[in-house]
Design a protein around this ligand. Structure first.
Ligand SMILES: [Zn+2]
Length: 337
């Protein structure tokens, strides 16, 4: 009997061979790949004028936390937290902090889902937006569509504890030739427009940090927009083959046709020669260490080819699918200094 396992393995191998046969010079290939990545996301209209309202401001330990509402795509609005180091003067390096699956931006800003302070032991997100502001960076943490407050009404009606609206949103967008990653990335780029225009942000020193699904949004946003000078990708860098194709992953990870253009390391290589930090837990069960190491090797050769070997750093820390930041957050501050 011929099984689907062998057949899909064969298709994966053939996609790799097809890419080899159609490879041009590295520079041409990079330009073509950027177009292909854009195409696979689908098209989204962004507003020419960003709508923003300040909702609340709170003094926290070492920083102030402002909640704003933004609209960057006609017909959609969302909340975001801006964390500013207490007593900071002049222009600061800015960081976009992108969460993945969970209850939204509150989860990375040291709060529980209901907005009260999370005084217990931090979860896998390790309150990373708070760690970044305490390192001296101005942080914006937008609510990613499909999670927490931004789940669809039908999902919440069906189950008030529904973890996300990824399935409903992804499937409907796919029918329209669009992807949920495309929608999320476009909102992130609109957030970047807003953030880089803030008086206290130095628009020449903006970085991005994403964890897990947030890292997917972060690398695609950085690939499409060079205003993002420095990127930290956590709990995500890997090969497609070893992560989203090997272990059960949310549908929001999948981009139509992408394997005909590149495997994941080469897509992340679109960020070269800009500073890039790859971080992963050595016991991460859904983005396994072996795939992380393969991705690091391939990215090293891409960065070296662009004479930027010193701009790529990695940390395989002892841990599971979680944020560490033990090396990466100081590194980010240095690269944006
Ligand atoms: Zn998802």
């Amino acid at each position: 009997m011929w099984t689907g396992d062998a057949y899909l393995e064969q298709l994966y191998r053939q996609a790799g061979e097809w890419r080899e046969q159609h490879s041009e010079s590295a520079a041409q290939r990079k330009e073509q790949l950027l177009h292909s990545l854009k195409d696979s996301l689908g098209e989204f209209e962004r507003s020419s004028q960003i709508h923003s309202v300040v909702l609340e401001e709170k003094a926290c330990e070492g920083y102030t936390r402002t909640r704003v509402e933004l609209s960057v795509i006609p017909g959609l609005s969302f909340g975001a937290y801006i964390l500013k180091p207490a007593g900071a003067r002049g222009k600061l390096p800015g960081v976009i902090a992108v969460h993945g699956h969970g209850y939204g931006s509150r989860q990375i800003c040291g709060m529980l889902a209901d907005g009260t302070e999370d005084t217990g032991k931090p979860d896998i997100y390790n309150h990373f937006a708070v760690q970044l502001v305490r390192n001296g960076m101005l942080v914006i943490a937008p609510d990613v569509i499909g999670f927490g407050e931004r789940r669809m009404e039908a999902d919440v009606a069906e189950d008030p504890n529904a973890p996300s609206s990824c399935y409903r949103m992804s499937t409907q967008l796919l029918m329209l030739g669009k992807t949920l990653t495309g929608l999320r990335v476009n909102e992130m780029l609109g957030t970047l427009d807003y953030f880089s225009g803030l008086e206290q942000v130095d628009p020449g020193r903006i970085g991005i940090v994403g964890f897990s699904g947030g890292s997917l949004i972060a690398y695609v946003a950085a690939a499409l927009d060079e205003r993002i000078r420095s990127s930290v990708l956590i709990g995500f860098p890997n090969t497609f083959k070893d992560s989203i194709m090997a272990v059960h992953h949310c549908i929001c990870n999948f981009m139509p046709g992408i394997l005909m253009h590149a495997e994941l390391p080469e897509l992340m290589g679109l960020l070269a020669p800009r500073p890039l930090f790859l971080e992963s837990g050595d016991r991460d069960p859904i983005f396994p260490a072996a795939g992380f190491e393969k991705a690091v090797r391939e990215l090293k050769s891409i960065y070296e080819r662009e004479n930027a070997g010193d701009q790529l750093t990695c940390d395989l820390f002892p841990g599971a699918h979680e944020v560490s930041g033990r090396v990466s957050f100081d590194w980010l501050m240095r690269t944006l200094a």
